[in-house]
Design a protein around this ligand. Sequence first.
Ligand code: ATP
Ligand code: MG
Ligand code: MG
Ligand code: MG
Length: 565
Amino acid sequence: MRLSRAFLKTYKEAPKEAQIVSHQLMLRSFMIKQLTRGVYTYLPFGYRVLKKIENITREEMDKAGAQELLMPVLQPASLWEESGRWFAYGPELMRLKDRNEREFSLGPTHEEVITDVVRDSISSYKELPFNVYQIQTKFRDEMRPRFGLMRGREFVMKDAYSFHLTQESLDEEYLNMKDTYSRILERMGLNYRAVEADTGSIGGDASHEFMVLAESGEDDILYNDSSDYAANVEKATSIIELKESNEEKLPKELVETPNAKTIEELANFLNIPKEKTVKAVMLKEVLEDVEKFVLALIRGDLDVNPIKLKNVIGASTELEMMSEEECEKFGLVAGYAGSYEKKEGLYVVIDETVKYVRNFALGANKADYHYINVNLEDLAYDLVADIRTARAGDISPDGKGVLKIARGIEVGHIFKLGEKYSKALNATVLDENGKQAVMKMGCYGMGMSRIISAAIEQNHDEYGIIWPKAIAPYHVDVIIANMKDETQVNIGEKLYNELNQNKIETVLDDRNERAGFKFKDADLIGFPLKIVVGKGAADGIVEVKDRKTGESTDVKVEEVLNFVK
Ligand code: ATP
Ligand code: MG
Ligand code: MG
Ligand code: MG
């Protein structure tokens, strides 16, 4: 690619609403352009990175024995009703109607669709196991789309689904996928950890998240350097299970902490009344899961006014459309979020947890709304934070060292789903004895577009992006320092052609710009190598500079190819 002909427009500064460095750098280097909240165009360089990520993933999935297919984005509500998720998925599901008023969703994930395909086509255990995957655009009406590609409403995911007769077979494939995910992230040059995770609303009995370590990450993980124990903070503290067991006992892992063995002790430890502790734990629980939230409302466990159930289910992100006055009217602690234009009068509650509760409460029916106990919500947050701090420094559950805490970005998530969807959708096969058996399923997701952001969070400096070679848009940027110097132009052209002919992905900066401007762009866009054809060209010498190490070497023109290879 000749930059003189490229669709490229770099910026010295990022708009204010870009809060984290990857978002800023992607906008400044013209990798993406926002269309509307959480929806982006992938510009040519950004799209090349996405394709590299997709291809590495594709190669490793194929190697692992999975087969690629492509499922529809548009999915009938009836299928989601069968699995129970038309209700349970809540407002994150993008919903629309066709001309006949039939309801549809835009797929946020594809368990339902694949299970439907499989139940209609597979009838014998002999046809199992198999694993199929797709790389496709997903839609989720995220409560707070932000940070560029990190949390989009439209984003690209690789999602895989495996089907089995036996648990052993599922276990085996789960391990195969766990290894495959590790290989994929290693090939991309990312520093990551596989952590034990809760299965959340998707269901199932085992799950791991793949976390790219970065300060800007939204997740806390507890890990141990002396062994491979690592878990996300929810799993590590398991506070969600507390209410489920309906006993006043803390889960095993928490019991192991010196700080709290019972609700009583936890309450003491947190210095809050026991009753409130239980509620705080419960609140944390229900926030994880829409279904549980609604149940809690019905049971009256939450300090919110009873809300018409039907309306709650259909609630959307209505709160985001509220004015300041409206927020006040409902007694809300509304905050102005940077990404919203104040003039449009859009307000959101800053605190995600608080917002979640209120979203539902308000979406239900504003007239019915009276109050939400804000203290309780704060409590829930404090509780989680306290438990987290309490856990760091503890002995690892495997007894092999001390727990440390880090922040991570969830780039992948694998689940043993078991029979959750196959049972609901009646996906069965005949087993060896001619008996109907419900198939067992695994599902394996990886955020293709989010990985771009995560990679930048982990690989940048004050000048711009430092792409790991495997996912760089191009490997080499040949810069002609002075376009008026014929020797420089000739050598630049020669190197550009030679490198590309040898399959080294190279751009030529032949723009009529100052050398300094070109260097800045090269560093911003983050090509792993920059070749400067400058004054030394007269003596047949160019400068090769490594973006990551900053190392600079003078190389003879005829030796460049070997040097770069
Ligand atoms: P999160 O906790 O960040 O909301 P999730 O747990 O809802 O993610 P999964 O359902 O596990 O996401 O989806 C699989 C993968 O898809 C995630 O690990 C993540 O990499 C990616 N992903 C999920 N939501 C988004 C999004 N809104 N934008 C970009 N990537 C996403
Ligand atoms: Mg999510
Ligand atoms: Mg998650
Ligand atoms: Mg997940």
